[in-house]
Design a protein around this ligand. Sequence first.
Ligand code: ZN
Ligand code: ZN
Length: 353
Amino acid sequence: MKLSRPLDNRVGQIYEPFKTRFLTRTITELAEDEVLVHIRASAICGSDLHIARGRHPSAPIPCTIGHEFSGDVIAVGEGVSTVFPGERVTVEPCIVCGKCAACRRGEYSYCEHISFTYRNGDGAMADYIAVKAPYVYELPDYLTYETGALTEPLSVATHAVRRADIRLGESVLIIGAGAIGMLVAAMCRQSGAKQIVIADVSDARLETALQLGATHAVNSEKCDLEAEISRLTDGRGVDKSFECVGLESCFHQAVNTLRRGGTATVVGIYENQDLHFAPARLVTHEIRIQGAQGYCWDFPIAIAAAKDIPLDKLITHRFPLADLQAALDTALDRLSGSIKVVLTSGPEAGELS
Ligand SMILES: [Zn+2]
Ligand SMILES: [Zn+2]
């Protein structure tokens, strides 16, 4: 379908380490199954920072960025009957083949050809994005554009917590109080975990994590985390741990703090692929170690859960889209105190048909 007028779209790209620029792309038409979204809020993700450093293991520079976003639907392709212009939406930003065995099982996250919109050049640090209709979700009234953009990281946490099979009354350790760690804490709380310990080196982040659902906060720079977990669990260790940092030392902590028969779920992105690990404990303690990446139809669960999670507490900085570089610099600056930096843009787009 041809748009009634061509739209000039700024698309933010990291073109060399730590440097952003805007590409200009003109959108003139929509495929049958596509939805055109005017982006209103787009959050910087920890994975964008790995890209900015040139250290993301699967997204090399140059790379357009932005995959946590929300906005207004301004046009839909002829074959779209589930999404309508004027709706406020967020989007599960994956691209899958729909044909491989995994896709046909409904496990699209295991698709042999999985990619993400931003890695294909359709980053959401942009004015507009065209996406496939089945991945578009309407935002309920309790989500603003900004908190709606955080549906994506909340879905990452949802996926990790579901994979960890958190049960009523369990004890949990989360290593890393970044946005994902905090949202894992929130989802563990919703899943009925009783003791939710979160560890980080920033007291400010730990304070926010307590507001999101953690029951205990440990500054792992100021005390020995493994000893503290032993104390908090009467020497047994936690039922489940989550590694949400991506450092070898944190991996060891996630394994060493587990009770016998416990499960560690690794969520962090490892820039360094070399890891030294003594496997004896796997056997003696019958420990499981698993990974969790992204999501697979977890958005509806995350959107429902978000009603009871104060997502706005994660948003520390806001910039207009034009200030992408300043926004990225803020997110990269450890001293900025940033948790989530959000790019916003106004309502000037109007409706297209
Ligand atoms: Zn993300
Ligand atoms: Zn597939």
